[in-house]
Design a protein around this ligand. Structure first.
Ligand code: GAP
Length: 444
């Protein structure tokens, strides 16, 4: 993890938020390459989920009516048990003491669970994870609103708006990507548990009685998505929530977990939320949220199967999974260690780099022309500094799948070499065919 965090900063994937002020715990900024990777992951999710005829998109506001969070159960139930150490004042989640380290520098390397057994902790008290703020100029209880802790509720309260405007019939889904905020007691493991993060959520509305079948369908679809975009199958698994540990809204829940260097961690939750959310919004708003079935003439509240992926956690899984160190041949016939991010080309931040072999003999001019030709279609990078081998290494380290080099032969026969990041093999391609060649590779 240390190597990945350090590469992330050095190459512009992720920076600490407000770093010049010492950082803000649980918040991170995505740099030039990080923002591309994150956008590509979100775009791929959006395409997979909404470029089908039974799912519509939505972008609901982050601030919502405060009654939403009473109805959803978050005001009452969205809490974690918290304990304070009476000695060093560090604060912990009472249910995660096995993983936590003592906060006292005098006891370096000691587990918090030991401090607990020695009676150093206060009694556990419940702490609500929602961030509160005020709407309008008056800062009293009547003006309290919350930063949403999940994007799902924006979908539920718009269920009938979307259904009526898009003329969808059950079963159908609504998808949304957006920020969520949780005042986590302990943030940890880089992007894994943060206070501000992004979710990619889809709520699939189904007829009660068909929910178990759709739950299985979405479990299968979602794990396939991660594999199709490159995550190693062996690093993924399902983990079912134990009956006693289900969220307040769920009848059944499976996490898709990824094996990070620090252990298995949830990257997406698939939940059977039954009719809990719509029934509660109906009850709290006093407005009917029932669906009318034209064929059977029945009116009922649909069940909801939710797929809830973290964009930031997926980002981290793709980054960790892509990271490799391996032997690579050098120009003088030796080998050296290369660091390479083997991103699936579709999520790679930069798709192709263009190099003139040397900065003379018309090569830079031709390389610039190629860059200009590709730029409207793909995110490309031009580099003319240092030996070409070093330029390859720099692109390997940020996961650029193709490097195009203009050499002396290019000026004679209008071809270039295209080097594949993973196999390191090169092939000659006619310059005029480059756009189509790369597009075919990327859509494969
Ligand atoms: N709407 C259901 C819901 O929010 P969740 O299991 O609490 O369910 C879904 O969260 C996903 O959101 C998780 O699988 C994870 O990827 C992401 N997530 C949750 N809390 C997070 C945090 N503090 N930091 C980063 N990602 C988080």
């Amino acid at each position: 993890m240390e190597k990945i965090v350090s590469l992330s900063k050095r190459r512009g994937f992720v920076f600490q938020s407000s770093e010049v002020y010492g950082g803000l715990n649980g918040c991170w900024d995505y740099g030039p390459l990080g923002v591309e990777l994150l956008r590509n992951i979100k775009d791929q999710w959006w395409q997979t989920m909404t470029y089908r005829d039974d799912i519509e998109g939505l972008d609901a506001s982050i601030l919502m009516h405060p009654r939403v969070w009473e109805a959803s159960g978050h005001v009452e139930n969205f809490t974690d048990p918290m304990v304070d150490c009476k000695e060093c004042k560090a604060r912990f989640r009472a249910d995660q003491l096995e993983d936590a380290m003592c906060g006292n520098p005098a006891y370096k390397g000691r587990k918090a669970i030991k401090c607990q057994s020695e009676g150093k902790f206060t009694e556990a008290r419940q702490f609500n994870l929602m961030f509160k703020t005020f709407i309008g100029p008056v800062t009293d209880e009547s003006a309290v609103v919350y930063l949403r802790p999940e994007t799902a509720q924006g979908i539920y309260v718009n269920f009938l708006n979307v259904q009526a405007s898009s003329r969808q019939k059950l079963p159908f889904g609504i998808a949304q990507v957006g920020k969520a905020f949780r005042n986590e007691i302990n943030t940890k493991n880089f992007l894994f548990r943060t206070r501000e993060f992004e979710q990619m959520e889809m709520q699939f509305f189904v007829k009660p009685g068909t929910d178990v079948e759709w739950f299985e369908y979405w479990k299968d679809e979602r794990i396939k998505w991660f594999v199709a975009l490159g995550l190693k199958k062996g690093k993924l698994r399902f983990q079912q929530h134990e009956a006693g540990k289900l969220a307040h809204y769920a009848k059944d829940a499976f996490d898709i977990e990824y094996e990070f260097p620090f252990g298995w961690g949830e990257i997406e939750g698939i939940h059977n939320r039954t009719d809990y959310d719509l029934s509660r919004h109906e009850q709290f708003s006093g407005k009917s949220l029932k669906y009318f079935d034209d064929e059977t003439k029945e009116r009922f509240i649909p069940y909801i199967i939710e797929t809830s992926a973290g964009a930031s956690r997926s980002f981290m899984a793709y980054l960790v999974d892509a990271y490799a160190e391996e032997e690579a041949p050098t120009a003088d016939g030796k080998t050296e260690l290369r660091t390479v991010l083997k991103f699936h080309p579709r999520i790679a931040p930069t798709k192709a780099a263009v190099f003139p072999l040397v900065n003379r003999d018309g090569m830079p001019e031709t390389a610039r022309k190629i860059e200009a030709m590709l730029r409207p279609h793909l995110r490309v990078f031009y580099d003319d500094s240092g030996a070409v081998g070093r330029r390859y290494r720099r692109q390997d380290e940020v996961g650029t799948p193709y490097c195009i080099t203009v050499d002396s032969q290019s000026l004679q026969d209008q071809t270039v070499t295209v080097r594949d990041r993973d196999s390191m093999m090169q092939e000659r391609v006619v310059i005029d065919n480059l756009t189509r060649y790369l597009r075919d590779k990327l859509s494969a």
